[in-house]
Design a protein around this ligand. Structure first.
Ligand code: NAP
Length: 273
């Protein structure tokens, strides 16, 4: 859906973006605001969140509300709903995720719990918080961020990749349930994308990137063009071709190939839960 007026009438007047301060979430916020929707931007880092929100207010002149909350909280649905109040939310983008890059047996259990909380429970709770009103209105949209890593398990990414498989299957299911009610669901599977999260897993020498990366603006542009059109999206032609090639291999061979790549990622088993 490329026309801004039809996008606004289908998914406006307000969008919620969870994990909005930096990276793909900040880019979703910018491009959604550019289409004329007002925004509720959620993140846990007040400084970065306020800076991105101020820039969007200045550039696009839309309403921007910020909510500072840890999306790992079990009561995240209630917290966010209370912060949003009676604003009419027509689009939910659940973008936030955390992950470890480390061998599974060396990952602290508390960190595994946090990854599952943010990546799996968070989207469920926010869908519960906002989608019933979309169904009642007969229009709306949900964008969930999975990953190409959700297609196969791969070395050093066991829990993160499994949560992204969860997102894929959850997204398929609610797409089927909500389509008859006029609510569109799109599950996005980016490949490598140049964001702060991605940079933290790459070797510091810029020439030594493990896989070529897309820019966040291109990923988000494709996602916003495909909600209401597709139910799943792998952004970028090269990524789509790569996924097709992997899918043709025996699964075991595909896992081994992916694992050879992900074994080169920079170890990070202490991201702030
Ligand atoms: N970049 C890629 O190559 C890539 C590839 C495939 C899939 N994806 C998916 O795309 C989405 C966005 O990725 P990204 O690379 O843009 O991530 P990012 O650079 O790490 O940014 C994620 C944002 O979400 C916030 N966040 C994380 N945990 C939170 C929590 N518990 N409560 C509130 N906010 C929280 C982060 O805050 P902090 O900075 O404080 O953590 C950050 O502002 C994720 O779902 C990711 O899995 C990305």
């Amino acid at each position: 859906m490329s026309n801004d007026a039809s996008f606004r009438s289908k998914y406006g007047p307000w969008a919620v973006v969870a994990g909005a301060a930096v990276g793909l979430g900040a880019e979703y916020s910018r491009q959604i605001a550019a289409r004329g929707l007002s925004l509720v931007m959620i993140d846990r880092e007040p400084g970065a969140l306020a800076a991105t929100a101020d820039a969007i207010r200045g550039e696009h002149g839309v309403g921007v509300k910020t909510i500072e909350v840890d999306l790992a909280r079990p009561d995240v649905g209630e917290r966010v709903a209370a912060g949003v109040g009676d604003l009419e939310i027509g689009l939910l983008v659940y973008n936030a995720a955390i992950g470890t890059v480390a061998p599974f047996l060396e990952t602290p259990p508390a960190l595994e719990d946090a990854v599952i909380d943010v990546n799996c429970r968070g989207p469920l709770r926010l869908v519960h918080a906002f989608v019933p009103a979309m169904v009642a209105r007969g229009r709306g949209g949900v964008i969930l961020m999975s990953s190409m890593s959700g297609n196969f398990g791969s070395a050093q990414l066991a829990v993160y990749a499994a949560t992204k498989a969860f997102t894929l299957v959850f997204g398929d299911a609610i797409w089927a349930e909500l389509a008859p009610h006029g609510v569109d669901v799109l599950t996005v599977q980016p490949g490598s994308t140049r964001t702060p999260g991605w940079l933290s897993s790459q070797p510091s020498d810029p020439g030594a990137e493990i896989m070529p990366a897309m820019e966040p603006a291109d990923v988000v542009r494709e996602a916003l063009a495909n909600i209401g059109v597709e139910h799943r999206l792998i952004p970028g032609e090269a990524n789509r071709q790569g996924a097709e090639l992997l899918a043709q291999l025996p699964r075991r061979q595909a896992i081994e190939m992916m694992s050879q790549l992900t074994a080169k990622l920079i170890r990070n088993d202490r991201p702030r839960p």
